[in-house]
Ligand binder design. Structure first.
Ligand SMILES: C[S@@+](CC[C@H](N)C(=O)[O-])C[C@H]1O[C@@H](n2cnc3c(N)ncnc32)[C@H](O)[C@@H]1O
Length: 258
């Protein structure tokens, strides 16, 4: 069951329990006992539905925060505005389970080091966010064509704005599952554990021999990477490098040719 549906069911279960307990007359007067029962019941339902652990905390806090915010009397337009802003940034994260977080310049440097030297390479960033990988990468390798596909409108527009003076960057708004990956020498993914099995299947079906799949932080389960690059950054970032179609025959340099 998708996490968003589980969350909805947990909230509805919490409301049903709160309604039943409220009607039974055992609760003290006032809104807060009712809110507490709803929050506890929703968190309990999330546990029964085997939601990820952080969802229990979200359910515990959700109705108390809603009730508290209602008491503050904030004009409804602000809620709408906040919803629109978050929707434009996170777009389909509730479905894809891939939120927005950004690669740092050390990652771009390491990815640049993985590119073959003897030809102008083509790179695609799957879900390019604000372009925080592609912009430094395009500066480090001016011969490289750096492409990105991003589904969320706000990060995409920001990436277009920030990369407007970098001619070797091409950005598109869309869905990376719908494009062909076979033209790229390096496919970069900084997503989440959820899409990695499908990323691996598509990479195996479409990448050329020698083309590298680099996954920042999220390994492909049960597949041995060709190489793991561990960075000396704050997170100790690990880049998992795979050759889904094997090495390039008779090539000289770059990870794909080892
Ligand atoms: C963790 S962020 C990484 C951003 C960027 N690649 C970086 O390294 O800084 C993942 C991005 O992928 C986007 N995304 C998720 N699924 C997508 C899809 N199917 N097509 C295009 N973009 C997608 C999300 O909107 C999010 O901005």
């Amino acid at each position: 069951m998708p996490p968003a549906l589980k969350a909805l069911l947990a909230q509805l279960a919490g409301l049903a329990v709160a309604f039943g307990v409220g009607r039974s007359g055992v609760l003290p007067a006032g809104i807060w006992p009712l809110v507490a029962v709803q929050a506890l019941a929703a968190a309990g339902a999330a546990t029964l539905l085997k939601s990820a652990r952080w969802w229990r905390w979200i359910h515990l806090g959700f109705t108390p925060l809603v009730a508290g915010a209602l008491l503050l009397g904030i004009a409804p337009g602000w809620y709408l505005a906040a919803f629109v802003v978050f929707a434009l940034i996170y777009w389909s994260s509730f479905r894809t389970q891939v939120p927005l977080f950004l690669s740092n310049p050390q990652v771009a440097e390491a990815v640049a080091g993985l590119l073959p030297r003897e030809l102008p390479p083509r790179v695609i960033d799957l879900g390019s966010g604000t372009g925080s990988l592609l912009r430094p990468l395009a500066r480090l390798r001016p011969d490289c064509r750096c492409e990105g596909v991003e589904s969320a409108p706000a990060p995409y527009l920001l990436s277009r704005l920030l990369a407007r003076r970098q001619p070797n960057i091409a950005l598109a708004r869309g869905d990376f599952w719908k494009i062909d990956w076979s033209d790229y020498d390096l496919v970069y993914a900084f997503l989440s554990p959820v899409p990695m099995p499908a990323v691996w299947r598509k990479a195996c079906a479409e990448l050329r021999p020698g083309a590298v799949l680099v996954s920042n932080s999220f390994p492909v389960e049960d597949v041995e990477p060709e190489r793991i690059v561990t960075l000396d950054d704050r997170r100790g970032t690990r880049l998992y490098c795979y050759l889904p179609a094997g090495p390039k025959p008779l090539a000289k340099k770059g990870i794909g040719n080892r």
